[in-house]
Design a protein around this ligand. Structure first.
Ligand code: GDP
Length: 193
């Protein structure tokens, strides 16, 4: 996919702020620091449009990015960051539940996990949440550059098994560093647009 334009639309905390357009949307869910922002930046050939932060758990907003005036990526605040109060965690839960259960434009959730390690219990809970609400989901195992190519298939298998993924759900390998898997990811997204 040739990306000719990309921009941030809004950092939203409530539905009234979500862009009021029928543009197809893909939301990125995943642990803090797993590589969600890097995924967006690599997909759109931008170094720093989506904020990659070394402070996990900091962003508590839904960040909407528009690509080619044709689709939105929505960066959802990450989970699994230990130093978050119960109040903050509850607010996070409410925000993502509202978003995922009410957003008509949402075509699929991209669940970003770390290829190096088996998915965490939070990753499993997120996958189950998406399944519960019958939301199309695509699992993206990133940071592939951090392990040798010869081990990719083995790690993908562990990812699929640990998440107990449905057979028909897509699992893609990715690297926000090298761009490995990028065209394949665009190919899958196109099917949902
Ligand atoms: P987010 O919190 O999920 O948005 O994660 P970020 O995109 O900010 O990434 C967190 C850290 O992991 C940053 O230091 C990134 O440079 C690094 N990172 C993200 N994706 C990759 C990847 O595919 N390969 C490598 N080697 N590092 C990555």
């Amino acid at each position: 996919m040739k990306v000719t334009s990309s921009d941030i639309v809004i950092s939203a905390v409530k539905p009234e702020q979500y862009p009021n357009t029928p543009i197809p949307e893909f939301a990125l869910a995943g642990r803090s620091n797993v590589g969600k922002s890097s995924f967006i930046n690599k997909m759109i050939n931008r170094k720093n449009l989506a904020r990659t932060s070394s402070k996990p758990g900091k962003t508590q907003t839904l960040n909407f990015y528009i690509i080619n005036e044709a689709l939105h990526f929505v960066d959802v605040p990450g989970y699994g960051y230990a130093k978050v109060s119960k109040t903050e965690r509850d607010a996070w839960g409410k925000m993502i539940e509202t978003y995922f259960t009410s957003r008509d434009q949402l075509r699929a959730a991209l669940l970003i996990v770390d290829l190096r390690h088996p998915p965490t219990k939070d990753d499993i809970a997120m996958y189950e949440f998406l399944k519960h609400y019958d939301l199309p989901r695509i699992v993206i195992a990133t940071k592939a550059d951090k392990i040798p190519k010869g081990k990719w298939q083995k790690h993908l298998k562990i990812t699929r098994q640990t998440l107990n993924m449905e057979k028909e759900d897509e699992l893609l390998l990715f690297s926000g560093e090298t761009g490995e898997g990028k065209e394949q990811a665009w190919g899958v997204l196109k099917k949902y647009m």
